[in-house]
Ligand binder design. Structure first.
Ligand code: ADP
Length: 165
Protein backbone atom coordinates (compact mmCIF):
# COMPACT_ATOMS: atom_id res chain seq x y z
CA UNK A 1 0.00 0.00 0.00
CA UNK A 2 1.17 3.52 -0.76
CA UNK A 3 2.61 5.45 2.12
CA UNK A 4 0.27 8.02 3.60
CA UNK A 5 2.01 11.37 3.57
CA UNK A 6 0.60 14.25 5.61
CA UNK A 7 1.29 17.95 5.29
CA UNK A 8 1.02 20.30 8.27
CA UNK A 9 1.32 23.89 7.05
CA UNK A 10 1.73 27.03 9.16
CA UNK A 11 3.69 30.19 9.71
CA UNK A 12 5.28 29.04 12.97
CA UNK A 13 6.23 32.58 13.97
CA UNK A 14 7.23 31.20 16.42
CA UNK A 15 6.61 27.48 16.96
CA UNK A 16 4.44 26.98 20.07
CA UNK A 17 3.55 24.03 22.29
CA UNK A 18 0.16 24.09 20.51
CA UNK A 19 1.90 23.34 17.18
CA UNK A 20 4.09 20.67 18.83
CA UNK A 21 1.02 18.97 20.33
CA UNK A 22 -0.72 18.90 16.93
CA UNK A 23 2.39 17.40 15.29
CA UNK A 24 2.63 14.74 18.00
CA UNK A 25 -0.96 13.76 17.18
CA UNK A 26 -0.47 14.00 13.41
CA UNK A 27 2.33 11.40 13.38
CA UNK A 28 -0.18 8.85 14.69
CA UNK A 29 -2.20 9.24 11.47
CA UNK A 30 0.45 9.27 8.74
CA UNK A 31 3.49 7.29 7.60
CA UNK A 32 5.45 10.43 6.72
CA UNK A 33 4.94 14.06 7.63
CA UNK A 34 5.95 17.27 5.88
CA UNK A 35 5.83 20.40 8.00
CA UNK A 36 5.41 23.29 5.57
CA UNK A 37 6.73 26.63 6.81
CA UNK A 38 4.97 29.46 4.98
CA UNK A 39 7.34 32.19 3.86
CA UNK A 40 4.56 34.74 4.42
CA UNK A 41 6.39 37.94 3.58
CA UNK A 42 3.12 39.91 3.78
CA UNK A 43 2.51 38.93 7.40
CA UNK A 44 5.90 40.49 8.32
CA UNK A 45 7.06 37.63 10.53
CA UNK A 46 9.20 38.39 13.58
CA UNK A 47 11.47 35.42 12.86
CA UNK A 48 13.18 34.91 9.51
CA UNK A 49 12.26 31.89 7.45
CA UNK A 50 15.59 30.25 8.36
CA UNK A 51 14.96 30.82 12.08
CA UNK A 52 11.43 29.40 11.89
CA UNK A 53 12.58 26.34 9.96
CA UNK A 54 15.42 25.75 12.44
CA UNK A 55 13.01 26.02 15.41
CA UNK A 56 10.66 23.47 13.91
CA UNK A 57 13.52 21.15 12.91
CA UNK A 58 14.88 21.09 16.44
CA UNK A 59 11.60 19.71 17.80
CA UNK A 60 11.01 17.37 14.88
CA UNK A 61 14.13 15.33 15.58
CA UNK A 62 12.69 14.30 18.93
CA UNK A 63 9.16 13.59 17.63
CA UNK A 64 10.45 11.66 14.64
CA UNK A 65 12.68 9.51 16.84
CA UNK A 66 9.89 8.79 19.33
CA UNK A 67 7.25 7.99 16.71
CA UNK A 68 9.41 6.40 14.00
CA UNK A 69 7.69 8.65 11.45
CA UNK A 70 10.04 10.54 9.12
CA UNK A 71 9.39 14.31 9.28
CA UNK A 72 10.65 16.78 6.70
CA UNK A 73 10.54 20.55 7.27
CA UNK A 74 10.11 22.48 4.01
CA UNK A 75 9.48 26.19 3.32
CA UNK A 76 6.78 27.11 0.82
CA UNK A 77 5.41 30.19 -0.83
CA UNK A 78 2.97 28.87 -3.44
CA UNK A 79 -0.68 27.97 -3.12
CA UNK A 80 -1.19 25.40 -0.36
CA UNK A 81 -2.92 22.92 -2.68
CA UNK A 82 -0.10 23.16 -5.23
CA UNK A 83 2.44 22.65 -2.46
CA UNK A 84 0.50 19.61 -1.19
CA UNK A 85 0.45 18.19 -4.74
CA UNK A 86 4.20 18.84 -5.20
CA UNK A 87 4.87 17.07 -1.92
CA UNK A 88 2.57 14.17 -2.88
CA UNK A 89 0.62 14.62 0.35
CA UNK A 90 -2.77 12.94 0.59
CA UNK A 91 -3.77 14.62 3.85
CA UNK A 92 -3.51 18.23 4.99
CA UNK A 93 -3.47 18.58 8.75
CA UNK A 94 -4.74 21.68 10.48
CA UNK A 95 -5.14 22.48 14.15
CA UNK A 96 -8.45 23.79 15.36
CA UNK A 97 -8.83 26.17 18.28
CA UNK A 98 -12.29 26.80 19.77
CA UNK A 99 -14.41 28.90 17.46
CA UNK A 100 -11.74 31.35 16.36
CA UNK A 101 -10.28 29.14 13.61
CA UNK A 102 -13.54 27.64 12.44
CA UNK A 103 -14.89 30.12 9.93
CA UNK A 104 -11.58 30.63 8.17
CA UNK A 105 -10.84 26.91 8.05
CA UNK A 106 -14.39 26.14 6.89
CA UNK A 107 -13.94 28.43 3.89
CA UNK A 108 -10.44 27.16 3.16
CA UNK A 109 -11.54 23.52 3.08
CA UNK A 110 -14.43 24.36 0.77
CA UNK A 111 -12.17 26.14 -1.68
CA UNK A 112 -9.39 23.58 -1.41
CA UNK A 113 -11.86 20.79 -2.16
CA UNK A 114 -12.74 22.49 -5.42
CA UNK A 115 -9.05 22.81 -6.26
CA UNK A 116 -8.26 19.16 -5.50
CA UNK A 117 -10.88 16.83 -4.09
CA UNK A 118 -8.42 13.95 -3.64
CA UNK A 119 -6.55 15.63 -0.81
CA UNK A 120 -8.42 15.50 2.49
CA UNK A 121 -8.09 18.09 5.23
CA UNK A 122 -8.06 16.66 8.73
CA UNK A 123 -8.57 18.80 11.83
CA UNK A 124 -6.95 18.00 15.14
CA UNK A 125 -7.43 19.61 18.51
CA UNK A 126 -4.57 20.19 20.89
CA UNK A 127 -4.59 19.08 24.50
CA UNK A 128 -6.72 21.42 26.64
CA UNK A 129 -3.56 22.97 28.14
CA UNK A 130 -2.45 24.20 24.72
CA UNK A 131 -5.70 25.08 23.02
CA UNK A 132 -5.59 28.79 23.68
CA UNK A 133 -2.00 29.30 22.57
CA UNK A 134 -1.49 31.51 19.51
CA UNK A 135 1.85 32.68 18.12
CA UNK A 136 0.55 36.26 17.91
CA UNK A 137 -0.32 36.33 21.61
CA UNK A 138 2.96 34.68 22.60
CA UNK A 139 4.83 37.51 20.83
CA UNK A 140 2.66 40.11 22.52
CA UNK A 141 3.22 38.62 25.98
CA UNK A 142 6.97 38.35 25.37
CA UNK A 143 7.08 41.97 24.18
CA UNK A 144 5.47 43.03 27.46
CA UNK A 145 7.97 40.91 29.43
CA UNK A 146 5.40 38.28 30.44
CA UNK A 147 6.32 34.68 31.20
CA UNK A 148 5.91 32.58 28.06
CA UNK A 149 7.59 29.43 29.36
CA UNK A 150 4.37 27.41 29.40
CA UNK A 151 3.52 28.33 25.80
CA UNK A 152 6.69 27.58 23.81
CA UNK A 153 9.63 25.14 23.90
CA UNK A 154 12.55 26.50 25.98
CA UNK A 155 14.74 27.19 22.92
CA UNK A 156 11.94 29.24 21.35
CA UNK A 157 11.60 31.23 24.59
CA UNK A 158 15.33 32.01 24.46
CA UNK A 159 15.10 33.00 20.81
CA UNK A 160 12.18 35.32 21.60
CA UNK A 161 14.13 37.00 24.37
CA UNK A 162 16.98 37.55 21.92
CA UNK A 163 14.66 39.14 19.35
CA UNK A 164 12.91 41.62 21.58
CA UNK A 165 14.41 44.81 22.98
P1 ADP B 1 -0.95 30.81 14.48
O1 ADP B 1 -2.36 30.67 13.97
O2 ADP B 1 -0.80 30.59 15.95
O3 ADP B 1 -0.22 32.03 13.98
P2 ADP B 1 0.06 29.09 12.39
O4 ADP B 1 -0.44 29.91 11.30
O5 ADP B 1 1.50 28.75 12.37
O6 ADP B 1 -0.15 29.63 13.87
O7 ADP B 1 -0.82 27.77 12.52
C1 ADP B 1 -0.61 26.58 11.85
C2 ADP B 1 -1.73 25.63 12.17
O8 ADP B 1 -1.67 25.27 13.56
C3 ADP B 1 -3.14 26.17 11.98
O9 ADP B 1 -3.95 25.11 11.54
C4 ADP B 1 -3.54 26.62 13.35
O10 ADP B 1 -4.93 26.63 13.49
C5 ADP B 1 -2.89 25.55 14.18
N1 ADP B 1 -2.65 25.95 15.56
C6 ADP B 1 -1.85 26.94 16.01
N2 ADP B 1 -1.87 27.00 17.36
C7 ADP B 1 -2.71 26.01 17.78
C8 ADP B 1 -3.17 25.55 19.06
N3 ADP B 1 -2.79 26.15 20.17
N4 ADP B 1 -4.04 24.52 19.10
C9 ADP B 1 -4.44 23.93 17.95
N5 ADP B 1 -4.06 24.31 16.72
C10 ADP B 1 -3.21 25.33 16.62
Amino acid sequence: MAKRRGLYPGTFDPLTLGHVDIIERAVKLVDELVVGVAINRDKGPLFTLEERVAMVELEMERISKASGVPIKVTPFENLLMHFAEDQKASIIIRGLRAVSDFEYEFQMVGMNQSLNDDIETVFLMADARYQSIASRLVKEIARLSGDISSFVPAHVGDALKGKLP
